[in-house]
Design a protein around this ligand. Sequence first.
Ligand SMILES: [Zn+2]
Length: 83
Amino acid sequence: MNPDTVTEAFTETCATFTGLTAHQADGLACVVCGADYLVVRVAHRPVGRSVTGGQVFACAPACPPVTPGGADIGGATAGGDAL
Ligand SMILES: [Zn+2]
């Protein structure tokens, strides 16, 4: 076990995010930077839930330095399906 790797633990977080966009609430976009995971290929991890109970995600380990604008970041994905 790597103490620096925090992934599944976040799944059980009690954090509830409000004021999200539809994509953010559906776990399809980053709740931090708003990157659309359907467009921006960046690794992400669950960080909490929306007010509707859906799991929400944030880029991992950090949000991409560029603002989402349809550009393909080309980063590795977390391998998690948004479905
Ligand atoms: Zn992000």
